[in-house]
Design a protein. Structure first.
Length: 134
């Protein structure tokens, strides 16, 4: 299994190996064994080293943020949310509760009847409030 060079080796060590390879002091298979990479990956990295030996680095370079969506996708999501909001707020669109009653009211309680009748000392009610001693 290939290792990640930036975690296993410093830039200085990899540069030294490439310099010794260019000076024909070490063989290719020795460097491949030390670095733990294949021939094609080795030659990709060697090309980068030869292009700029002083500025060469094996540090990982992320090209984009993994937690960000593109602005086009974000705009599309916002557009869809605005459309859904208009549907929810439109009085002509019938929204029904689970029991089939009419449009949702601001005073709608999601708890069925009977759940609010328990005493304040009940363990269930106190755990819902987050204070077990109340």
């Amino acid at each position: 299994m290939a290792r990640q060079l930036h975690k296993s080796f410093s830039d200085h060590k990899v540069r030294a190996l490439f310099k010794r390879y260019d000076d024909r002091e070490v063989e290719l298979r020795h460097i491949l064994g030390v670095l733990g990479i294949g021939r094609s990956r080795f030659f990709e990295i060697l090309r980068e080293y030869r292009d700029d030996p002083g500025g060469f680095t094996v540090a990982y370079r992320r090209t984009n943020c993994p937690h960000k969506i593109s602005s086009e996708v974000e705009q599309n999501i916002l557009k869809e949310l605005r459309m859904e909001k208009r549907l929810i707020e439109a009085p002509e669109v019938p929204l029904r509760t689970a029991s089939g009653e009419g449009r949702l009211r601001p005073s709608y309680s999601p708890l069925p009847r009977g759940y609010g009748d328990r005493s304040k000392n009940s363990r269930c009610q106190s755990s819902l409030r987050g204070h077990p001693d109340e």
